[in-house]
Ligand binder design. Structure first.
Ligand code: NAP
Length: 409
């Protein structure tokens, strides 16, 4: 591969233009980050090579964040790294420690906010053989689009007793709203702009991937002007921008005898508490889910747990207008296992699959998913699965990566 073939991904009309050797920033991460990143890279590089035989390759660019950046530059999240992630558009990232003290809430949240990565995308599906707490885990196969910049993530909070909290309490009194004086205050904004761009991205994804339905999840029965408005603006987006290709539940029962017309995407909504029951009791009725920040936080982990995949669930944070995307392990740094080549690399590997799909390199992504499914079925797994599976063979992190590559066809 010669140097001049290595190029940047560019974004034209909200679409990625991907060269054959794109540069991809890689943040190894803290704790178990370096070992799972090394394994994920090994698996991803092998899949790309086996799928495209040298015609395509990823040019990884080491990028600093977290403890490594702090040691080297005295900065947990250098501006230069954010600029690299924005310039090169697509990044793969291991887990990062949340620094204690120093005013940083979370490096992950800081990255999402700095790059305005408004959609947190979490696909949740079952891999045969993974220990799960439910009877039919394979029935759940959803992709959750969680709003990533508003609601509780806007981070507007004041401590009980602070001048700001007292000020807000006094201010609200002027509107006839009584709040106990010893209250902490949190503000939960949900905007039309934030909602519509999230729901638009979810609908486009559902249409492009021939998914059957979109469910808007909200708590609009209690919070009408934030959660309820999310639902209202979600339906509006479907009606105003996707009228030809979408249909609501109400229209299906009124006009189509209860059967969704061929080729149409069904738009429905569910109240959040009911949705937690629904994904357990009627999982096959759900497909793409679009929701506000806090609901999405809970629902993503609950769904991942249902398929036994809380430690292996992948995730991405994406701005579909600028194209900027960060694909990341959804678990933390598991510091007690750092340096032991022991942790499960699957979450980062599957996030790598999402990255490949985002580039349009579907063959390589599918090759990894199939190979990983086979490795798990062969019960060649890391400690976290091994302790729950009968007759399993314990693999190190790197050995699981090698077994997955062996299983690539
Ligand atoms: P954690 O790092 O996710 O670890 C909690 C437990 O989950 C581990 O002790 C381990 O369970 C299991 N686990 C996590 N990743 C695993 C893997 N790859 N393979 C096998 N088991 C795994 O959560 P935490 O201890 O609450 O957080 C540690 C640090 O990570 C904190 O600084 C936190 O802020 C940060 N964090 C970062 C991210 C992110 O970067 N996206 C996300 C969450 C937390 P067992 O001990 O039972 O085996």
């Amino acid at each position: 591969m010669n140097q001049s073939e290595i190029e940047k991904i560019i974004v034209k009309d909200e679409k990625l233009v991907v060269p054959s050797v794109p540069t991809i920033p890689l943040i190894d991460g803290d704790g178990i980050g370096p070992e799972i990143s090394k394994t994920a890279r090994f698996v991803i590089d092998n899949a790309v090579e086996k799928s495209y035989h040298g015609k395509r390759k990823l040019n990884w660019l080491k990028t600093y964040a977290g403890e490594e950046a702090f040691k080297k530059f005295g900065d947990w999240l250098p501006l230069e790294s954010l600029k690299t992630m924005s310039d090169y558009v697509v990044t793969l990232k291991g887990p990062l420690t949340t620094p204690l003290g120093g005013g940083i809430r979370s490096l992950n949240v800081a990255i999402r906010q700095a790059l305005d990565l408004y959609a947190c995308v979490r696909p949740v599906r079952y891999f045969e053989g993974v220990p799960s707490p439910v009877k039919y885990p394979e029935k759940l196969n959803v992709v959750i689009f969680r709003e990533n910049t508003e609601d509780v993530y806007a981070g507007i909070e004041w401590e009980e007793g602070s001048a700001e909290a007292k000020g807000i309490i006094g201010f609200l009194k002027g509107f006839g709203k009584e709040i106990r004086l010893d209250s902490g205050i949190g503000i939960k904004p949900v905007s039309e702009t934030g909602t519509k761009r999230l729901v638009r991205a979810a609908i486009r994804f559902a249409l492009e991937n021939k998914r059957k339905s979109i469910t808007l999840v909200h708590k609009g029965n209690i919070m009408k002007f934030t959660e309820g408005a999310f639902m209202k603006w979600g339906y509006e987006t479907a009606r105003e921008e996707f009228a030809e290709t979408t249909v609501t539940e109400e229209e299906v029962s009124k006009n189509f005898g209860g059967v969704v017309p061929e080729g149409k995407l069904l738009i429905k909504d569910r109240v959040a508490d009911s949705m937690f029951q629904q994904v357990l009791l009627r999982p096959e009725e759900y497909d793409v889910i679009a929701t506000t920040n806090l609901n999405g936080d809970y629902l993503s982990d609950a769904c991942a747990a249902q398929v036994g995949g809380i430690g292996i669930a992948p995730g991405a944070n994406i701005n579909f207008s600028t194209g900027t995307a960060v694909f990341e392990a959804t678990h933390g740094t598991a510091p007690k296992y750092a340096g032991q080549d022991k942790a499960n690399p699957s979450s980062l590997i599957l996030s790598g699959c999402m990255l490949l799909e985002y580039l349009g390199w579907k063959e390589a992504a599918e090759m990894i998913t199939r190979a990983m499914a086979r490795t798990i079925m062969q019960k060649r797994v890391t400690y976290d699965f091994e302790r729950l599976m009968e007759g399993a063979v314990l693999m190190k992190c790197s050995e699981f990566g090698s077994a997955t590559v062996e299983n690539m066809e």
